[in-house]
Design a protein around this ligand. Structure first.
Ligand SMILES: Cc1cc2nc3c(=O)[nH]c(=O)nc-3n(C[C@H](O)[C@H](O)[C@H](O)COP(=O)(O)OP(=O)(O)OC[C@H]3O[C@@H](n4cnc5c(N)ncnc54)[C@H](O)[C@@H]3O)c2cc1C
Length: 362
């Protein structure tokens, strides 16, 4: 284990670039490092926060009083079987680097998830997804350290309670498991399964009838770049955590009544789920609630490309992020009677869900 450092600035460890310091911080390059770090914190009564690439967290301005452990387990194994390969990657592997490697090897299943920042270890946490794909489509196994039992365990998809942007790790037993590695089962000679209408349209426009995995990856990266959904230096929307709110999934009746109350132009985006419920587009709801793209509030704002992203500018604070997120939420509630749920994890706040608290919780 690299030595435990004190007072490490968290802003530099998160894509939003805000937040105070971690009282203690260390990197774990092996499982034994992680165990030692957990014992160290446990014996002193410190809280522990497990950090990946910091692309889905909001750190409080007051920082985190406890030990933040960044997982840097970086092995990748490709285990050949007849028609597929089991790819096992350590929690600290950069997600998009892994996707690129799999695409290069003609392994299908991850190509639509190109360009998502962060680490492999975080992918099962919120069942990372984009363009009609989710990691739960390909996850074969998650190896974890179970902090409550102090032992390693292997969890199979049935145990992981994967749902839309959710899992056992995120909301059912948060903090209990540290993900050590994730195994994905990927078909050899993969042919891409492009379900998302936007990607289908882009492929059609490019005159590509039977796309390769590499072509789908390229189209996804281009589509994401247009919405500032890949991190590019110099992009005014670069400092975000991606979508700040998850898309609400509502009953058919609720969707119908929102549609009936809608008097604007165009149609309301709405995607039927396998269970008959309807997924609404949070970005559209926000824009229709008088919170257009590019709305600015002090040093934070909504992305100029995508109303669903809260972006930070020079001097931004997490108090400003929380204030704007509450404003957005209140606007959508007032307009449509829907309460948007935040997507990122809030770390170091008095409240686990600071958007629900009073102003002075910030
Ligand atoms: C520009 C941009 C675009 C994005 N687009 C998408 C998208 O299309 N789809 C999508 O789903 N997400 C998207 N995200 C959100 C984010 O990239 C993903 O959620 C990503 O998986 C987070 O990875 P991370 O390593 O940065 O996790 P972190 O932000 O470091 O952590 C997120 C949560 O996971 C936990 N965690 C991290 N590693 C582990 C581990 N090894 N064991 C246990 N818990 C762990 C943390 O404790 C925390 O609760 C986007 C973010 C950005 C900035």
């Amino acid at each position: 284990m690299k030595s435990i450092e004190r007072d490490v600035a968290l802003a530099q460890l998160s894509t939003m670039g805000v937040g105070g310091s971690a009282q203690f911080f260390c990197k774990a390059e092996r499982e034994s490092d992680l165990r030692r770090a957990l014992d160290w914190a446990g014996s002193r009564g410190h809280d522990v926060f497990i950090l990946g690439g910091g692309s889905n967290v909001v750190f409080a301005d007051d920082g985190f009083s406890g030990l933040a452990v960044q997982l840097c387990l970086r092995e990748v194994e490709f285990e050949e079987a007849d028609d597929h390969v089991i790819v096992t990657a350590g929690a600290g592997v950069d997600w998009d680097t892994l996707v690129a490697q799999c695409v290069e090897r003609d392994l299908g299943g991850l190509e639509c998830l190109s360009g998502i920042p962060g680490s492999v270890g975080a992918t099962p946490v919120q069942n990372v997804g984009a363009y009609g794909a989710e990691v739960s489509d390909t996850i074969a196994k998650v190896r974890v350290l179970d902090r409550s039992q102090k032992r390693g365990a292997e969890l199979y998809p049935d145990h992981c309670r994967f749902a839309y942007r959710d899992s056992l790790f995120k909301s059912h037993e948060p903090g209990r498991y540290v993900v050590l590695s994730v195994s994905y089962k990927l078909p050899k000679n993969g042919s891409p399964d492009v379900k998302h209408p936007e990607l289908q349209k882009r492929l059609e426009e490019a005159g590509i009838e039977k796309p390769t995995l590499a072509q789908v990856r390229e189209i996804v990266l281009a589509a994401r770049a247009e919405k500032s959904m890949v991190i590019r230096e110099g992009d005014e929307n670069a400092r975000s955590c991606g979508s700040f709110f998850v898309n609400p999934i509502v009953s058919r009746e609720t969707a119908d009544s929102i549609r009936a109350s809608w008097t604007g132009e165009g149609s309301m985006p709405c995607y039927e789920q396998p269970d008959g419920r309807q997924k609404l587009a949070a970005g559209w709801l926000i824009e229709q609630s008088d919170m257009p793209r590019g709305t600015r509030a002090g040093n934070v704002g909504l992305s100029s490309k995508h109303a669903l992203s809260i972006v930070c500018h020079n001097g931004a604070t997490s108090a400003e992020i929380i204030e704007l997120a509450r404003r957005v939420r209140a606007a959508v509630d007032a307009r449509f009677g829907l309460e948007l749920e935040p997507e990122p994890q809030f770390v170091g706040f008095a409240d686990r869900w600071p958007l629900d608290g009073d102003d002075d919780d910030d």
